[in-house]
Design a protein around this ligand. Structure first.
Ligand code: ASP
Length: 366
């Protein structure tokens, strides 16, 4: 009698053999490009992540992100080529825990170049889920196009039993190829849901349904390539955005500091000493922290470091002058941005000198 492990191994071998047959039987991406003039043209920029991850077996928890190339990912889902003419480019192949401002800036530049071309209708970016929030929100701020720009990832590596990457990629291409997706800013398509870059948050370390848009809701849905749209984003993005990273090679240092019971405030002073231009506090509740923390924030603000109060709480806005006197202490409230997105907005905002009230306004608008 076969053990469970043997059966699993057999299933995985069958799946891998099937994938290999598809890969070998499919023409290269370069050949399929512009084959069908009736179809839209979609470029996939690959950066790595679990969607490109691989494990030694289909059921093991351990795996390595960023192992599979974009060509192999697309060739594993041949029906994608019925949705659009596909061209793939490998920008990086990293787990998104290793995503960097350098790669994000490179991505923004490449998307701007591609979006300016008449022969590109939409762009898909494959990306790890860990820092998807940051990259998606960054691109939403700095990429000026109405064409669909769609991030996609997966929670299970490509070798897993019930891998979620192939259908996610299929749906992402369906959205990027869809004229109705235009003008919605940067989107994320995963597990049938279309999120705005501004609202999406990762809520589970392992579950396939990991992305939610708790306060504002979904932009729409995409099921087996059939898309529906419910709303446009409420905030500024794309061509209405005042931010530009043209010629920018690095972003100013902004640190995130987590508040909790009896928080030691010297971390805030240390951040200032280490050259941070901005600090985001992942505050308790409505962006609160203890008195020692507030005093340290006020000290930092007096030295010209911009301090933004966000929250460690999963949903809800951080309001100005609610329990903290922001006017008196010289602080900024993050409104509906969580700490990681508040950090991205501040990093981009600090590329030029701005007054505190101007920075506060940005948090209401973006
Ligand atoms: N650590 C992985 C990454 O972010 C997780 C994932 O992609 O789901 O690349």
């Amino acid at each position: 009698m076969k053990t469970n492990t043997q059966i699993h191994k057999g299933i995985v071998r069958l799946i891998l053999a099937g994938l290999m047959t598809l890969i070998l039987a499919s023409p290269s991406l370069a050949q399929t490009t512009s084959q069908n003039k009736q179809l839209p043209n979609v470029v996939i920029l690959a950066t790595g992540g679990t969607i490109a991850g691989a494990a030694a077996s289909g059921t093991q928890a351990g795996y390595t992100s960023g192992q599979v190339t974009i060509d192999a990912m697309v060739n594993a889902v041949p029906d994608i080529k019925k949705l659009a003419n596909i061209k793939g480019e490998q920008i990086s192949n990293v787990g998104s825990q290793d995503m960097s401002f350098a790669i994000m800036l490179q991505l923004a530049k490449r998307i701007a170049e591609l979006a300016a071309g008449k022969d590109v209708d939409g762009i898909v970016i494959t990306h790890g889920t860990d820092t998807m929030e940051e990259t998606a929100y960054f691109l939403n701020l700095v990429v000026k196009t109405d064409k669909p720009v769609v991030l996609v990832g997966s929670m299970r590596p490509s070798t897993a039993v019930s891998a979620d990457g192939p259908l996610n990629l299929y749906n992402a291409v369906a959205v990027a190829a869809d004229p109705k997706a235009k003008g919605h800013g940067v989107l994320l398509v995963m597990n049938d849901w279309i999120h705005s870059a501004q609202t999406l948050v990762k809520v589970s370390t392992t579950a396939v349904q990991t992305f939610m848009s708790p306060l504002r809701g979904l932009i729409g849905t995409s099921a087996y390539g059939v898309n529906e749209y419910y709303r446009y984003p409420h905030n500024k993005f794309g061509s209405q955005s005042e931010f530009s990273v043209d010629g920018v090679t690095t972003l100013p240092r902004v640190d995130i500091i987590y508040a909790d019971v009896d928080m030691p405030a010297d971390l805030i002073d240390a951040s200032v000493e280490h050259g941070a231009k901005g600090i985001v506090i992942a505050g308790v509740g409505n962006g609160n922290m203890n008195k020692a923390g507030l005093d340290a924030c006020a000290r930092a603000s007096k030295k010209g470091v911009v301090v933004v109060r966000s929250t460690r709480v999963a949903t809800g806005n951080v309001g100005r002058n609610v329990e903290v006197d922001d006017d008196k202490l010289g602080l900024v409230a993050s409104y509906d941005l969580n700490p990681q997105k508040a950090r991205i907005l501040l990093s981009v905002a600090l590329l030029k000198p701005r007054k505190l009230d101007e920075i506060q306004k940005l948090y209401y608008e973006y």
